[in-house]
Design a protein around this ligand. Structure first.
Ligand SMILES: Cc1ncc(COP(=O)(O)O)c(C=O)c1O
Length: 451
């Protein structure tokens, strides 16, 4: 084990960090996390804080989830790897698919395709959506529609449906045939509409308008997060996702729910789609499926879509897609144990209760600090604050303010995430009421330092 001086000296020297400028990582070396337990993380200097980021929206059960750790360790001893490509399978993945089928039955999803993470799950759903139409003889349906502000990972397909220039511009040209409609984002939108229900209707009209413009027969799928997460936690009005489902049905377009962060309880419901009473055609999952302890994901597939593939006699339904780690036995063992523990703890209930407290606490901070332009949340443990230099013009707060706020908040006991002008909170779902109080107290000190 190297000493802490070595680690500090070499921090960011020989690795590039995702979602960071390499020069910035060198100038402002990242915090080195060396330990964690419960909902707390510990850095190299022994400073311990509540992780209000929840790893990266994935450590829903906290850092000490022994059953998942045990399942991983035990599986490594028995079968550390085998492929699920045509001709072989493993005991863990078969059991997991059955468990997921039961778990997602209320969402109308019955088959699973396994992946190694969220971006893989999105890529898989996009590809299978195109294939579905080809099998049915509608080969012209190749385009994808999505929401501005949406986040769908970083593969070429995912980046193409992403709704944020930061993840697109330097990688263009992206996939042709991907078109975006305005998000139901009340704080800023092209309609200048702040009423959530009216805005939802306007966005739905924009969706239908785009479909008519492109030609319904050219569109394979619409992909959306039930509550936009990385784009700044944007919960739509309750009428929005059901409205999307209706429009997709009307035009024969598949609905892909990107639930990489919302599946398994974060919204206060077992899935984001269920939260809005919608059954999607595909659901992308990853992250919390193994509590973040093993890179793993699953795309869940609706009955009616699965039947088109399974009943195909043309050969077009052969799946020419998959990953070396699809159905990894260690990942599957972790997921089996995680699913059981997630259900035993009934995490959506706690997520909903703590989420309300956190949201209300952030609204109270907004009364106190003019820097907080908008507070979003109210659906489980996913909240954001959008910081502005001026509430009237809504001009974004400068980067330095956000960096100082994050640092002071960290020094006072809570890790929060800065993403553009937003402070994003996505803590573990096992958070206690006292943890919520502590997070808010640390943020209060952070805001006081920059106000
Ligand atoms: C909604 C959504 N989709 C896809 C992804 C990509 O997942 P991964 O980073 O595991 O590839 C993320 C990651 O945050 C996400 O939030």
């Amino acid at each position: 084990m190297n000493d802490s001086n070595f680690l500090k000296e070499h921090n960011a020297k020989s690795l590039w960090h995702p979602m960071a400028h390499p020069a910035d990582s060198l100038a402002n070396p990242p915090t080195i996390i060396t330990g964690a337990s419960g909902v707390r993380i510990r850095d190299i200097d022994g400073h311990e804080v509540i992780d209000a980021v929840g790893g990266l929206w994935n450590v829903n059960l906290g850092f000490s989830c022994q059953p998942v750790k045990d399942a991983i360790a035990a599986q490594l001893d028995v079968l550390p790897y085998y492929s699920t490509f045509r001709g072989t399978s493993n005991d863990q993945v078969i059991q997991l698919a059955e468990e997921l089928r039961t778990f997602f039955a209320p969402d109308g999803l019955s088959r699973a395709f396994f992946t190694s993470g969220g971006s893989d799950s999105v890529e898989t759903a996009l590809r299978l959506a195109r294939q579905y139409h080809k099998i049915r003889g509608e080969a012209a349906r190749t385009k994808f529609l999505s929401l501005k502000k949406g986040y769908h990972g970083t593969h070429m397909g995912g980046a193409s449906v992403n709704g944020n220039a930061n993840f697109r511009t330097q990688y263009e040209p992206l996939l042709p045939g991907c078109h975006h409609i305005p998000a139901p984002y009340t704080y800023r939108n092209p309609f200048n509409e702040s009423d959530p229900e009216r805005l939802a209707q306007l966005c739905l009209q924009a969706l239908e308008d785009e479909i008519t413009f492109q030609g319904a027969g050219t569109i394979a799928a619409f992909i959306m997060e039930p509550i936009l997460g990385a784009g700044g936690v944007i919960p739509p009005h309750a009428s929005f996702m059901p409205g999307v489902r209706e429009i997709c049905d009307k035009y024969g377009i598949l609905l892909i729910a990107d639930e990489v962060i919302t599946a398994f309880g974060r919204t206060g419901s077992w899935s984001g789609s269920r939260h809005w009473g919608v059954q999607p055609d595909f659901m992308c999952t990853a992250k919390a499926i193994t509590n973040g302890y093993f890179p793993f994901g699953a795309v869940m597939i609706a009955d009616q879509v699965a039947e088109v593939f399974e009943q195909d006699e043309t050969g077009r339904a052969a799946i020419g897609h998959g990953y070396t780690y699809s159905g990894h036995p260690v990942g599957a063992a972790a997921a089996l144990s995680c699913l059981q523990e997630t259900q035993r703890l009934n995490v959506p209930q706690n997520a909903a209760a703590r989420g309300q407290e956190l949201h209300q606490g952030l609204q109270a901070l907004q009364q106190k600090y003019a820097l907080i332009g908008d507070v979003r949340g109210g659906h489980g443990l996913m909240c954001a604050m959008e910081l502005v230099a001026d509430r009237d013009t809504k001009s974004a707060a400068d980067k330095k303010t956000l960096a100082t706020l994050q640092e002071v908040t960290y020094q006072n006991g809570t890790m929060v995430r800065v993403s553009g002008p937003n402070i994003i909170l996505s803590p573990p779902l096992i958070l206690s009421a006292q943890d919520v109080t502590d997070i808010l107290a640390a943020l209060d000190i952070g805001f006081a330092a920059v106000s």
